[in-house]
Design a binder for this molecule. Structure first.
Ligand code: WT7
Length: 649
């Protein structure tokens, strides 16, 4: 597969930071970056030892910096800290005490600012509330909330008491909640009566109630009153957030936990139907997100930082909550859709709150491009000084538009490559030090050793495509998959012995810049959301009409990938528009509305090899309306392809 990876991106266009940006940046030259990078990889333990001491607050020093044994890392062994104390308490008694930690804006326009002092009080009260419900260190707590300040309070309170949170994105359905809650046997669910999205209420509590019909581990539910719609509260199980905190003390002492204490599980899609519970722990994860926030976003005391990601995804964990607050930064958070009430909502937020650093996804950038520059010109964006991109490769056209129209030509863009599994940013261009190339993520961050391998596990020559691997352990790496260490090893550590394989295809250019060409496994990137084709397939075959299905991605102008499903029906079912609509709704109910197929194509049969494997490569070409390329001689029945090509919508 790897030899099929091609990239037509332009390699030589360079955008260096302005002198003005450079002069104030934490790292100001390529030479300085190179010196620090080289130190970090020549003697990683020395480097991380210094950084961990400088950047975090420890209650007890570690005995060993890294313990590495066959794909299992332990960082800062014997060290003790409290992650929440690092993100909040340690800023009290400093000039940050009354600085805004969160500037929150709800979709209907309601606003709330929490200073570090106020955030601390909310967290202490909520931590006491959690403990009053019997939540203790190691217990799993599911959080299914809108993007409101209380969601951040919920996460940090779990961290404070040593409970392991698993945040479930509000776009997931009750079925998805059930799977995740059961996989980690969560004891408590924290949710809201609803959340606002495009002027409508998302019925979060309704979904939770539905899910909990099949979740025996859940003992209690805390519900935040957000939209004030009527919801069913079950006696003995359900508690209102406001009732619990009203009677809770605002004093809460944070205990110190071992560096390797699990901090959270975050489910992400892989190449089977079952999502993977990526497990992150405390000290290493916090260090990784803290150091990258500091250097990649060049975070300064006076910055107002806005990352548009939802806390339901890793970006929201690492670069809204942990990394930014640990640095004492000011976060803007926004609950709703980018085009509510109008397509200029984001720019109105940037203008009104004087955002200086803006971090978003290429799919959003492409949507803004399409909506037109007029919406942007209505607002003053001169406060911006740095832009970021994350989630998928950004096409050079969108990059340049972002640079010119949003950044006014003056803001560096950091394209950041990383994954749920890596915890923090791995490849980027440090903004004051390194020039960017539109379309390339850039160079490795400190301590990161990426290489491009061929199928035989040899490093390929510069300019040649292959599979991206990371050869050295890093502090914020995932520790395992929750409850499934076997899958952890198989997924990440068995493609090549002793080397982390991330699932992406990549090429390194002559300047050492990494160009990610996207996933080479069966994972799709749809509007910045990671989805396994197998998940969509298993949702489809769970419908009584479906015999078999195969899902592939098709390039899509805004979403990155569109979801195309080939479906073979059971005898007696008619493949008409009505059934298409039913199947789309079914996938929406099984996974979540964002996973609904863009196109469903009924097929009498799917193209298979003689050994019965579906030939997705052919389906991808058919979905994209392309000529079939490559070998088709292994096909069991060539007629199937002809029929599929003819059978367009
Ligand atoms: C996959 C990880 C990283 C947080 C959000 C997504 C793709 C991510 C980039 C980038 C090219 C990127 C990769 C990666 N990806 N960032 N800057 N350039 N591709 O996290 O859901 O775990 O997805 O997103 O394919 O493997 P995720």
């Amino acid at each position: 597969m790897a030899n099929k990876i091609t990239s037509i991106a332009q390699e030589d266009e360079k955008f260096p930071p302005s002198q003005e940006f450079r002069k104030q940046a934490a790292i100001q030259s390529l030479a300085e970056y190179k010196r620090l990078y080289s130190e970090s990889v020549k003697n990683p333990e020395k480097f991380w030892n210094t950084q961990a001491k400088d950047l975090l607050l420890w209650r007890k020093p570690w005995k060993q910096i890294l313990k590495w044994k066959e794909s299992h890392a332990k960082w800062f062994v014997g060290g003790k800290l409290n992650v929440c104390e690092n993100c909040v308490d340690r800023h009290l008694g400093t000039p940050r005490e009354n600085k805004a930690a969160l500037i929150y804006e709800g979709e209907p326009g309601d606003q709330k600012t929490l200073t570090y002092r106020q955030l601390h009080t909310e967290i202490c009260k909520f931590s006491n509330a959690l403990e009053s419900l019997g939540i203790r260190k190691g217990d799993r707590v599911a959080i299914y909330m809108p993007m409101v300040a209380e969601a951040v309070v919920a996460m940090l309170s779990c961290a404070r008491i040593g409970a392991v949170h698993t945040v479930i994105f509000g776009g997931f359905s009750s079925e998805s909640i059930k799977d995740r809650v059961n996989d980690c046997a969560a004891k408590l669910v924290i949710t809201a009566d609803g959340g606002w999205r495009r002027g409508k209420i998302i019925d979060l509590k309704v979904n939770v109630n539905q899910a909990l019909k099949g979740c025996p581990s859940v003992e209690s539910v805390i519900t935040l009153k957000r939209t004030a719609n009527r919801v069913h509260m079950k006696k003995g199980r359900d508690f209102w957030w406001h009732d619990l905190v009203e009677s809770a003390s605002h004093v809460h002492k944070a205990k110190a936990f071992d560096s390797e204490t699990p901090l959270f599980v975050l489910y992400t899609s892989g190449s089977t139907g079952k999502p993977k519970g990526v497990l992150h722990t405390s000290g290493g994860y916090l260090l990784g997100t803290t150091i990258t926030s500091k250097y990649v976003f060049d975070l300064r005391e006076s910055d107002t930082y806005w990352c548009t990601a939802d806390i339901g995804w890793i970006t929201g964990h690492s670069y809204v909550v942990y990394g930014i607050l640990s640095n004492g930064g000011t976060n803007v958070i926004y609950e709703g859709a980018p085009n509510q009430p109008g397509p200029d909502r984001f720019w109105s937020i940037v203008d009104r709150h004087k955002v200086t650093i803006f971090y978003t996804a290429p799919t959003a950038i492409r949507a803004f491009m399409k909506w037109g520059d007029d919406h942007i010109k209505k607002h003053d964006l001169s406060s911006l000084r740095l832009l970021g991109s994350v989630g998928e490769p950004i096409n050079p056209e969108a990059w340049k538009w972002y640079h010119k129209v949003i950044g006014g030509g003056r803001c560096p863009i950091v394209d950041t490559w990383w994954q749920t599994e890596t915890g923090g940013i791995m490849i980027t261009t440090l903004p004051g030090a390194v020039y960017s190339k539109p379309g390339s993520a850039g160079l490795p961050f400190f301590g990161v050793v990426p290489k491009v391998f061929n199928d035989a596990g040899k490093e390929v020559r510069k300019g040649t495509s292959g599979k991206l691997v990371l050869t050295e352990p890093w502090p914020s790496m995932l520790r395992t998959l929750y409850g499934d260490n076997k899958r952890y090893k198989e997924t990440y550590w068995s493609e090549y012995e002793g080397v982390y394989f991330c699932g992406d295809g990549c090429r390194q250019d002559k300047d050492g810049y990494f160009w990610i060409v996207g996933r080479i496994d069966d994972v799709l990137n749809v509007s910045g959301h990671r989805l396994g084709t197998a998940e969509i397939e298993s949702a489809l075959v769970s419908h009584h009409s479906v015999a078999e299905s195969a899902t592939v991605g098709r390039p899509h102008e805004i979403k990155g990938s569109a979801i195309v499903c080939f479906v073979t029906l059971k005898d007696g079912f008619k493949g008409d528009d009505k059934l298409k609509a039913l199947l789309r709704a079914h996938v929406g109910a099984e996974i979540g509305p964002f996973a609904k197929p863009d196109e469903i194509r009924f097929a009498k049969a799917l193209p298979k090899t003689r050994s019965g494997k579906i030939m997705r490569r052919l389906l991808k070409d058919i979905a994209a309306g392309k000529e079939i390329h490559g070998d088709t001689t292994t096909l069991e029945d060539v007629g199937v392809v002809k029929q599929l090509q003819a059978n367009k919508d």
